[in-house]
Each structure stands twice: as structure tokens, then as C-alpha cells.
Design a protein around this ligand. Structure first.
Ligand code: 5AD
Length: 328
């Protein structure tokens, strides 16, 4: 709290499409998982969801989807960004909802268009900062170098840049995790999202499921410690208490806050689609609806003794500090 205060920022999370052209070995919605029923929300559904998000007082929205580079997809996202801004301005939110985008690797031109259309924060996890390990998690076409280039582009365009890693990946060491935190520091990252790796049964990594509860608890504890060390080292960044923590422990998100996180992302994906966006096994908040998630999240945050930031974008202090230092 010394660095970022006691208040917790919220972002409504809408998973607006599970179409994906990537084939990450760990991910449940990878291209090669033919069991997934693919969907894309209509513009009306997304706008209705955004208005819900604004009315709920969340202040910001995260638009997440699988990675697509088609012109159709890019035009669609741009259109949606503009419309969300236009339909969520109010006395409480004069500039509309804050928008965080999470649609993977895109060209510089595309990132620029999305920024201009109203997205001002972008999440792109590096998944692991170890190039060798990254290679073992992804098919040959997906490169670590390209991911780094994208992070650079986002920063140059002026986004608040978020990244993060999974914890407990097959072959990952403690030294790798320590280096991940140094990676966040060296790249002057503004926002962090991290969570335990949880195997999905319809992926090549199905065999890495944790059957033993001791090992499971170790990974969970390690994820909490990563949040704590990241907070101590990076100080003024935003850190999300992720859904994957809650998948491993019913009070995972509360514990994430207690270990140093200051952002929570309540689900606002329309209920009918939630079961089709299962990145990993046992993802929580799948059968609930938006109102249930709203009251549940409030209760969870209040149980930690922290306060909620309502109707605020909750930007990364680190980003503001980074800009200040740039001018000097
Ligand atoms: N376990 C935990 N997290 C996962 N993600 C994808 N698959 C898994 C999994 N099996 C995370 C990735 C991605 C984010 C959207 O979800 O880190 O960047």
C-alpha cells in the first residue's frame, strides 16, 4: 500500500471471441482444439456488455480474444473500440470506459489504429522470458523475438504495457522466474498479470496435469510469492490478481490481493459463451452471470479489508512516473 495505496481497481473482462490462429501447446482454445465451439460476440452484445460494465462502476474494460490478424477482425475491433467509447461516456466517466486490449501479436499499423480508436492499455504476456522455454511452449511459427518486438511497438505507440508469465510451466525453474521479474524491470513494464499454469485436457500439455495436491499447493504458493516479489521489486506497477489463482484455490484472488496485487478483473462475458473460453481446466466463474460476479467480487475484495476504486480507469502509476521521467 505504500506504493499504490490500499484501493483495488476493477476491469470488466469480456472474452469477445475464441477464434484463434495460434497453436500454443498449453492453451485450451488453441487452433488445433477442434472440440471448441467457436464464437464471436456481435457488436450489440459487446456494446450492451460495455454499458453494463460502466453502470457497474468498473471504470475500465478488458477486451480479450484469441489472436486473429485478418482485415475483418481488425476492422471489427477498431469499430468496437470507437463505439464503446461513444456509448459509455457519462458524468461519472467523462471519457468513457478505460479500455485495455488483449488480442495478441499485431502489426505496428494495427496497434496504432487500435490506440487511436481508444484503447490505451495493452496486455501481451511473454509467458516466459526464457527464449528456450518459450520455444518449447509454442509451435515453430510463433517466435519469442516477435513477441519482444510487439512489446516494444506497444510502448513506442504510447500504450500502458502489460505483460506476464505463467508459473509452474513444464521445465521452468526458480531461476527462470527470478529472471522473469528482472525482465519486467528491464523493460519498464507498467502492468503485470501472472498466474499458475493449469493443464487443459485437450492440449498437448494434458499430461502435465497436477494430480498430487502437495505439488499443486507448491505451484499456487509460488504464484503468490511471484506477486509479492514483483510488488517489492517493481513497486508502482499494476498487478492483477488473476482468475487462474482462483482456479487453484477458492480464495485465490483474495490471497493475490494480500500478496501485493491491486487489480481484479470481474467476468462480464455473456454467460452463454463462458464455457467456450476455457484456457485451462477448472476455470471459475463459468456458470455465473454478470450480476453474480459483481456481488461476488465486491464481497471478496471487501473481505481483504481493501477498498474498491469505482468509476476510475485505475491507470498504472508506473506509467505516469515513466512519462514524468521522460520529460526531464
Ligand atoms: N494455464 C494457465 N494460464 C493459461 N493461459 C493460457 N493457457 C493457460 C493455461 N493452461 C494464459 C496465458 C495467456 C492468458 C490469456 O491466459 O498466459 O496469455
Amino acid at each position: 500500500t505504500e506504493n499504490i495505496g490500499e484501493r483495488v481497481s476493477l476491469r470488466g473482462l469480456v472474452e469477445f471471441s475464441n477464434n484463434c490462429s495460434c497453436d500454443c501447446y498449453y492453451c485450451g482454445i488453441r487452433k488445433s482444439n477442434f472440440k471448441v465451439r467457436r464464437y464471436t460476440l456481435t457488436k450489440e452484445e459487446i456494446i450492451d456488455t460495455s454499458i453494463y460494465c460502466a453502470n457497474a462502476g468498473y471504470g475500465s474494460i478488458v477486451l480479450q480474444s484469441g489472436e486473429m490478424q485478418s482485415k475483418k477482425f481488425i476492422d471489427y475491433v477498431e469499430e468496437i473500440l470507437i463505439e464503446i467509447k461513444n456509448s459509455t461516456r457519462s458524468d461519472l466517466l467523462p471519457e468513457g470506459l478505460g479500455i485495455t486490449l488483449c488480442v495478441g501479436e499485431q502489426s505496428a499499423e494495427t496497434y496504432r489504429r487500435f490506440f487511436k480508436a481508444g484503447a490505451h492499455r495493452y496486455l501481451l504476456r511473454i509467458e516466459t522470458s526464457n527464449e528456450g522455454l518459450f520455444g518449447k511452449l509454442h509451435p515453430p511459427g510463433q517466435s519469442y523475438r516477435r513477441r519482444l518486438e510487439c512489446l516494444d511497438l506497444l510502448k513506442d505507440i504510447g500504450y500502458q504495457v502489460g505483460t506476464g508469465v505463467m508459473i509452474g510451466l513444464p521445465g521452468q525453474t526458480l531461476a527462470n522466474l527470478a529472471e522473469d521479474i528482472l525482465f519486467f524491470m528491464e523493460r519498464d513494464i507498467d502492468m503485470i498479470g501472472m498466474g499458475p499454469f493449469i493443464a487443459h485436457h485437450d492440449t498437448p500439455f494434458a499430461g502435465f496435469a497436477l494430480d498430487n495436491s502437495e505439488r499443486k499447493n507448491n505451484i499456487y504458493q509460488l504464484a503468490l510469492k511471484m506477486i509479492a516479489v514483483t510488488r517489492i521489486v517493481l513497486k508502482d506497477v499494476n498487478i492483477a490478481s488473476t482468475t487462474a489463482l482462483q482456479a487453484m484455490n477458492p480464495i485465490g484472488r483474495e490471497e493475490g490481493l494480500n500478496f501485493g496485487a491491486n487489480v481484479v478483473m470481474p467476468q462480464i462475458t455473456p454467460s452463454a459463451y463462458r464455457k467456450d473460453y476455457l484456457l485451462y481446466e477448472g476455470k471459475p466463474c463459468v456458470v455465473e452471470n454478470n450480476d453474480e460476479c459483481l456481488s461476488c467480487i465486491k464481497r471478496r475484495i471487501e473481505s481483504t479489508g481493501r477498498k474498491i476504486k469505482c468509476n476510475e480507469w485505475g491507470d498504472s502509476l508506473h506509467f505516469n512516473n515513466r512519462l514524468k521521467n521522460k520529460v526531464l
